[in-house]
Ligand binder design. Structure first.
Ligand SMILES: Nc1nc2c(ncn2[C@@H]2O[C@H](COP(=O)(O)OP(=O)(O)OP(=O)(O)O)[C@@H](O)[C@H]2O)c(=O)[nH]1
Length: 303
């Protein structure tokens, strides 16, 4: 039996006559190449069904167009090509094509002090659309970090001051005794709470972008926060991490503002959003903050 004798329902017309915003497939298992690594991704692929009378799109044509993702580095040019194939294979049916790729990049991250390194996972989403207005590519990455509450730190310091005042009341201050006190459990009478936190950055790339700036975004964000989650950790690294947390006390608002300022310095962006979540250890709920930015249209003044 050849394909000519197989019924082709998608090619039929429908009396329902309704164009559809998006038709396609979700959850396709697809290897993609990013930063030279092969990632196990899940892909959603779709096109608009603008021909109101057409019964259906041709799913297999979208599926087959994904093949290039397996061997070529994921770039705006590759996304444009795949999306272009979606549209070329749906001439007269579709004017808009969309591709969403979800995966996790594994990056090797060095320890803070010791000569060790380990792998860290960064969940990511690449969302691309091709339509009359051109190609639009968005990249989202989630970055784990630690946040220590500045309010809790101040409250803990106050308790420490009170205990110090009580323990040394009426005593002559002698450096050795103070050092011994600081090194005893009295020195950590109260500790501030800290939490494993997540920053989700979503950026829209300029049309001139030639690569996905995944590494740059991660480097910028981790430098701005100062408290990236660690991989391989010896005691020297843990001590350095404790110092980094103490030097970077952050409410979720502080983290969002730091990230916003860092992304403003990233070239090649049209727009971005920042969302931070501090999975509170004080509360059973999270503290969250968001910010947005979009390049002002030419001719408009910027603020
Ligand atoms: N349009 C559409 N196709 C579906 C759906 N669910 C499963 N399919 C199947 O997807 C398969 C691939 O569709 P097509 O791409 O049209 O396959 P084809 O007609 O062999 O391929 P072409 O000759 O390129 O059109 C068909 O067997 C459809 O029945 C659906 O909800 N909508």
């Amino acid at each position: 039996m050849n394909s000519l004798s197989l019924p082709d329902i998608a090619a039929q017309t429908t009396t329902a006559r309704l164009p559809l915003e998006r038709v396609g497939m979700a959850g396709i298992a697809q290897p993609v190449v990013l930063l030279g690594q092969r990632l196990a991704a899940r892909v959603s692929a779709g096109v608009s069904l603008d021909d109101a009378a057409a019964r259906g799109i041709h799913m297999s044509r979208l599926y087959l167009a994904l093949a290039a993702l397996e061997t070529e580095e994921l770039t705006p040019a590759l996304l444009a090509r795949v999306l272009g194939e979606f549209l070329a294979s749906h001439r007269e049916l579709s004017a808009r094509a969309q591709l969403e790729i979800r995966g996790e990049a594994l990056l090797r991250r060095p320890a803070l002090v010791s000569p060790l390194a380990g792998w860290k996972g960064y969940p990511l989403v690449v969302d691309a659309q091709l339509y009359a207005g051109g190609l639009r590519v968005e990249l989202e990455v989630a970055i784990g970090y630690s946040s220590t509450c500045p309010c809790s730190a101040a409250l803990a310091r106050q308790l420490l001051q009170q205990r110090f005042a009580a323990d040394f009341a009426g005593r002559e201050l002698e450096q050795g005794a103070v050092l011994e006190w600081l090194g005893s459990s009295a020195g950590s009478l109260a500790t501030p709470h800290s939490q494993r936190s997540t920053a989700t950055l979503r950026v829209q790339l300029s049309t001139a972008a030639v690569h996905l700036p995944l590494l740059e975004l991660i480097e910028r964000a981790e430098a701005a926060l100062g408290t990236a989650l660690q991989t391989a950790v010896k005691r020297a690294d843990e001590q350095a991490f404790a110092l980094a947390n103490g030097q970077n006390l952050m409410f979720c608002e502080d983290a969002a503002r730091r990230l916003h300022a860092a992304l403003l310095r990233q070239p090649g962006l049209e727009a971005f959003s920042v969302r931070v979540e501090h999975a509170e250890s004080l509360h059973a709920h999270d503290a969250v903050a968001q910010s947005f930015w979009r390049r002002a249209a030419e001719g408009c003044s910027t603020t």
